[in-house]
Write a protein that binds this ligand. Sequence first.
Ligand code: KIV
Ligand code: ZN
Length: 523
Amino acid sequence: MDRIMIFDTTLRDGEQSPGAALNVDEKIEITHLLEQMGVDIIEAGFPISSPGDFRAVQRISREIRDCVICGLTRANQKDIDVAAEALQRAARPRIHTGLGVSDVHIKYKLRTTREKALEQGVEAVKYAKRFVEDVQYYAEDAGRADPEYLYRVLEAVIDAGATVVNIPDTTGYTTPQEWGALIRGITENVPNIHKATISVHCHNDLGMATANSLTGIANGARQVECTINGIGERAGNASLEEIVMALHTRRDVFGMTTGINTRLIYPTSRLVSNLTGIVVQPNKAIVGANAFAHSSGIHQDGVLKERTTYEIINPREVGVPDSEIILSARSGRHGLRHRLTELGYTLDDGQFEKAYQRFLEVADKKKTVDTRDLEAIVADEVQVFFDETYHLEHVQVSCGDHSIPTATVRIRGPDGQVFCDADHGTGPVDAVCRAINRVIGEPNELIEFSIQAVTEGIDAVGRVTIRIEADDPVSENGVERRVFSGRGADTDIVVASAKAYMFALNRLLAARREAALQQGGQG
Ligand code: KIV
Ligand code: ZN
């Protein structure tokens, strides 16, 4: 069986999703899990795009030894110089350069001609080869390009030394039949194609990214580009979990393998969702909350008699934990430690103690704590990769159909001083946010608010995810960032909302501090 190379671009194309920006520590946490999962290539960022991206690619290059580390550039020397510098310490560096091949890109975006664009691409590959052996070339918007011109570009860049040619359906326009024919056409019409690997990079604007990636593989591609949970520009990229599980489940059809440890799919999906603040839709294939839930009586009956009547994948195979195992306050530290280890969490003593205290609070309110509650606890207490400036100690709300929603908050500030303040609002969440704003004084707008029940039942833990937009952006070397996400979980949804709001504000303040530190360091 042929092996398909998995190229993960969660930290580059995925991070281009609006408001998904991650800090360097968060990216490092994700890359360690991607490495453990067996991803072959990690596209760590676009080094020239921001100082944060540069630092992330640099650190990932130092810390990740088992994957190829790739940095994106446009087809010019400055971009390539910066990427080469960021990748300097990588065990296996790859520069990913390229430019548009469709007439609409050449004419309107690049404002050049086909011939000049081809020359520019060739020069970029030759220049990148001065720094690294492994150069990947992207033919942007290949899905809408004239195939004859695309073949010429690919032949020329392979002659210049490209080791991988990336064929992107940048706008998600192509159908599986067309895409399969295009990839087949490349294998038949590019004379030197045997010297390079064909990669497919599909976007999901018409919901066909996974289907297109798979037809690309069936027609000759041996590398596939994807993101965890399918996050990415607009409607997103092809999703890693869907491609990997399709290849795995239907190996009778595709006859291909990957190096992915599928049991790490679900934990990685949760981590990416928690850190980016991008909620996974419940009916999302493989990793959605309902992907393995059977609600109709007929289906439940079938699955109880024989799992495979309605399940084509065993949830354990993708790392979905058994939610039947429950703990209570009586389980103690030992029981909690044991269950967290079973779920794949390695916590140091400080992290464990925080998780334990929170576990006791939840167990006190709910009596029993299941796997999904534990995931929410770990996300809240452990998966936090910035220093908190303000700590919410207490929140109290009064509301009802004939009263003015009012909130009082007690917040501990950076020097340990305690602030107490209150405000009213259009509803309890608005009142809480206003009260918090009176203390912290960081002008912003709440632009997104979503709430999900982590578990079933009236005592369910609610998870709130929010996004705020800062009036005053965080800027570093001319690159501005305004949108920050936050999350919080609690059996009380108003408390969960307060936590999520504090999380986003603390994240914004940490990014401001980091930017000031970096500017100071350069000045
Ligand atoms: O979608 C696209 O064309 C891209 C390229 C930069 C590879 O993301
Ligand atoms: Zn893309």
